[in-house]
Design a protein around this ligand. Structure first.
Ligand code: ZN
Length: 304
């Protein structure tokens, strides 16, 4: 069974659609706790307009406050060249550039056509390379658009090919609104994989229609090597109406590890982080494992 890498996206995708604003200190604590649970690649912030996404207004302060470690990659999400320059200036290790497979979403999310968003991503990858940073490209609305409806998988495959030719670390396909079902996930991961090999495929799912974990399972069995997830299942998207949280990191770890995949994360520490996060957010989070507990349960001292 291969190792599956989990990218923790809670501090960015998770928090950006929450009405509760965490302080910069709380966000840094979230990041620190995620790393303590074994996360080694983490979306720390997005470098977008604070007018559009006020939750990310402290991106520069987050970048300044994170503890630099050789073994941890901090990702800054960007939607244009200006954001990329900010993320580079802030010292992020990796730039995550996002394009959209549909014009409707590309226009509303980043004021570009789908083609323009892809061109921008390729420019960001080149810019990152010049500056000695890692970079990756995510194709959002790969399984459906809240404005345009169905998205042609062939369009996603073509975009992935062009994205791959720019030379990122990987190409991700994202179910931005949580519309996908496992069979189409398996099909699209296989097609994108064949189109961009040897570059790996990353996947990004939201659990809007409760298919998130099933989609992760379909994706890893179809050869996706990296999975985005958010502790507690925090998250959404300000420009995707009714999109709910990402797949919960701790639920993904549990499912994969009990199925023989290795993730490198500690599920018990992940649960502890979710408990901390739920109290910081002031509400119960949608992830299930933190409510039910790990299995088998650890024997309590009194039982021994
Ligand atoms: Zn997302």
């Amino acid at each position: 069974m291969p190792q599956i890498e989990i990218v923790e996206v809670g501090p960015r995708d998770g928090l950006q659609n929450e009405s509760v604003l965490l302080s910069t200190e709380q966000k840094l604590e979230f990041i620190r706790r995620a790393i303590e649970a074994g996360v080694r690649r983490i979306e720390a912030a997005s470098f977008v307009s604070p007018k559009l996404v006020p939750q990310m207004a402290d991106a520069d302060a987050i970048a300044a406050g994170i503890t630099r470690r050789e073994d941890v990659t901090y990702i800054g999400l960007v939607l244009n060249k200006r954001g990329a320059l900010r993320a580079i200036e802030a010292g992020l290790d990796e730039l995550g550039a996002v394009c959209a497979a549909s014009d409707g979403f590309a226009q509303r999310n980043q004021g570009q056509s789908s083609d323009e968003s892809l061109t921008m991503c390729c420019e960001v990858v080149r810019l990152a390379r010049q500056e000695g940073r890692r970079s990756q490209i995510t194709i959002s609305t790969a399984f459906g658009c809240p404005f345009d409806g169905e998205v042609d998988p062939q369009r996603v495959v073509q975009m992935a090919k062009i994205a791959a030719s720019a030379g990122p670390l990987e190409v991700a396909i994202a179910d931005t609104i949580g519309a996908a079902a496992p069979r189409e996930v398996a099909d699209l991961v296989a097609r994108v994989r064949a189109a961009i090999a040897p570059l790996p495929v990353r996947v990004h799912f939201h659990n809007t229609r409760n298919t998130g974990l099933a989609n992760v399972w379909a994706a890893v069995n179809a050869g996706a090597l990296t999975v985005d997830a958010s502790l507690g299942g925090l998250g959404g998207c300000p420009f995707a109406p009714r999109a709910t949280g990402n797949v919960p990191t701790e639920d993904v770890i549990y499912m994969l590890e009990r199925s023989g995949y290795r993730t490198g994360l500690d599920v018990d520490k992940a649960i502890q982080t979710v408990e901390w996060l739920a109290s910081a957010m002031g509400r119960e989070l949608p992830g299930m494992l933190s409510r039910a507990g790990n299995f088998p349960p650890k024997a309590r001292a009194a039982d021994i």
